[in-house]
Design a protein around this ligand. Structure first.
Ligand SMILES: *Cc1c(COP(=O)(O)O)cnc(C)c1O
Length: 388
C-alpha cells in the first residue's frame, strides 16, 4: 500500500470543491422549479440562473446575454466551430487552427472537412507556441474562422490570443476568432472584451465544478447556428430545461478560481520545483515552455521508458498522473501535441504529465520527488535500450 495519495491529474479533471457543492445543494432540494415556469418555484430557479450568468459575465468582461450554458467544454467547442462554419459558409469555407488542439476541436474540424470545408492546421514552435504572424499569413479571402486554443492541456503552453486576434482582425474584421479556453479559464486573467475574441469555450470540471457543465461566450452580433431547437432556453439557441444546480455550481467555481488566480504563484512555485528537480534525472527533457506556461502544468519525457509503465508504477505508489499516450491508449499512438513540437517518437512514448492545482501541497510535491526518480531508475534498469 502507498503511504499517500497524490492527485496530480487536474488537467484531466478536478475535484468538485465543497463550496461549489454547497452552493448547488438547494437546487437539488427545495428550489426544484422549472426556470420557464411563471410561479414562485420557477421564478426562484430562473433567478438563480440569471444571477449565475451575470456573475460569469462580470468575471470575464462579457455581457450576461453573451454567456450560453452547455453540457461540456466539448459541446461548447463543437457548437462554436460547426455553428459558426455553417452560418458563415456563404462567405467562404476556409478555417485556420493548429496541430495541438484538443480532440473536441480537432474532430469537430475533421467533420467539417468531410463536408467540404478546408482547414489549415498550423505548426507551432518547439514549445508549442503559435505566432500572430503565422496565423495572419495563413489567412485567405475565404477564411471565415480562426480557432486557436488559449492554453494547451498537455504541455501547458499559453498562446498569445490577444495578439493573434488583433492580427486576424487587422487583416479581415469579418473573420471570426474562437478560442478553446477550457484550460486557461480560472488559471490566467481573461477579459473577452480586451481580448477581442468572438467566442470562448469553458468547462466546469476543470475548475472544481462537476463534470457535465460548460459554457460558450458568443459576442453579440456573431452569426452562429442554433444548437438545439426547443423551448426557447438560452435565448432560443440551445433548447432544453436548464441544469440549474450545475449552472449555479459553475458560476461559484469560476468565481473561486478567478479570485484565486493571484494565489497561482503558490502553484507556480510548486510547478517550478517539480520541473527543476525532475530535470536533474539524466536523459530527461521538459516539454513546453519555461515561461508562459499554465501554473499547474508539468510535462516531461524520460528517455528509454514507456509512459504506460511509468503511470502504473506511479499509481502503485499512490500518485495519479497522466501520459502523452493516455488519451489514445487504445492505439498507443504518441501524443499529437508532443509530435508537433518535435519530440522524437521514443521520447513522446516516455512522457509524463503532472498537473497540480490549488489542492496540491508542498508535501505532495515532496512525495512525488521522493518516489519518481527511483521509479524511473527501476524502469530504465529493465529497459534493453537503456542497458545498450
Ligand atoms: C477538457 C478539455 C476540453 C473538453 O471539456 P469537457 O468538459 O471534458 O468536454 C476541451 N478542451 C480542452 C483544452 C480541455 O482541456
Amino acid at each position: 500500500m502507498a503511504d499517500r495519495l497524490v492527485y496530480a491529474d487536474n488537467a484531466a479533471t478536478t475535484s468538485t470543491s465543497p463550496a461549489v457543492l454547497e452552493a448547488m445543494m438547494p437546487y437539488f432540494g427545495e428550489v426544484y422549479g422549472n426556470p420557464s415556469s411563471l410561479h414562485q418555484k420557477g421564478r426562484a430557479a430562473k433567478a438563480a440562473i440569471t444571477e449565475a450568468r451575470e456573475k460569469i459575465a462580470a468575471l470575464l468582461g462579457a455581457k450576461p446575454n453573451e454567456i450560453y450554458f452547455t453540457a461540456s467544454g466539448s459541446e461548447a467547442d463543437n457548437w462554436a466551430i460547426k455553428g459558426a462554419a455553417h452560418a458563415m459558409q456563404h462567405r467562404g469555407k476556409h478555417i485556420i487552427s493548429t496541430k495541438i488542439e484538443h480532440h473536441a476541436v480537432l474532430h469537430a474540424l475533421e467533420s467539417l472537412e468531410k463536408e467540404g470545408f478546408e482547414v489549415t492546421y498550423l505548426d507551432t514552435d518547439e514549445v508549442g507556441r503559435v505566432t500572430p504572424e503565422a496565423v495572419a499569413s495563413a489567412m485567405r479571402e475565404d477564411t471565415i474562422l480562426v480557432e486557436i486554443m488559449f492554453a494547451n492541456n498537455e504541455i501547458g503552453t499559453i498562446e498569445p490570443i490577444r495578439e493573434i486576434t488583433a492580427a486576424v482582425k487587422a487583416k479581415n474584421p469579418k473573420t471570426l476568432v474562437f478560442t478553446d479556453a477550457v484550460q486557461a479559464v480560472g488559471a490566467v486573467d481573461i477579459n473577452v472584451t480586451e481580448l477581442g475574441v468572438d467566442m470562448l469555450a469553458m468547462s466546469g470540471h476543470k475548475i472544481h465544478a462537476p463534470k457535465g457543465i460548460g459554457a460558450l461566450y458568443i459576442r453579440n452580433g456573431v452569426r452562429i447556428l442554433n444548437l438545439i431547437d426547443g423551448g426557447g432556453q438560452e435565448r432560443s439557441r440551445r433548447g432544453g430545461t436548464e441544469n440549474v444546480a450545475y449552472i449555479v455550481g459553475f458560476a461559484k467555481a469560476l468565481e473561486d478560481a478567478v479570485f484565486g488566480i493571484s494565489e497561482g504563484t503558490r502553484v507556480e512555485k510548486m510547478r517550478d520545483r517539480l520541473i527543476d528537480e525532475i530535470l536533474k534525472i539524466p536523459s530527461t527533457r521538459l516539454n513546453g515552455p519555461r515561461e508562459g506556461r499554465l501554473p499547474g502544468n508539468v510535462n516531461v519525457s524520460f528517455e528509454f521508458i514507456e509512459g504506460e509503465s511509468l503511470l502504473l508504477l506511479l499509481d502503485m505508489a499512490g500518485i495519479c498522473a497522466s501520459t502523452g499516450s493516455a488519451c489514445s491508449s487504445a492505439s498507443l499512438e504518441p501524443s499529437h501535441v508532443l509530435l508537433t513540437i518535435g519530440v522524437p517518437v521514443e521520447q513522446a512514448h516516455g512522457s509524463l504529465r503532472l498537473s497540480i492545482g490549488r489542492d496540491t501541497t508542498d508535501e505532495d510535491v515532496d512525495y512525488i520527488l521522493e518516489k519518481l526518480p527511483a521509479i524511473v531508475e527501476r524502469l530504465r534498469m529493465m529497459s534493453p535500450l537503456y542497458n545498450a
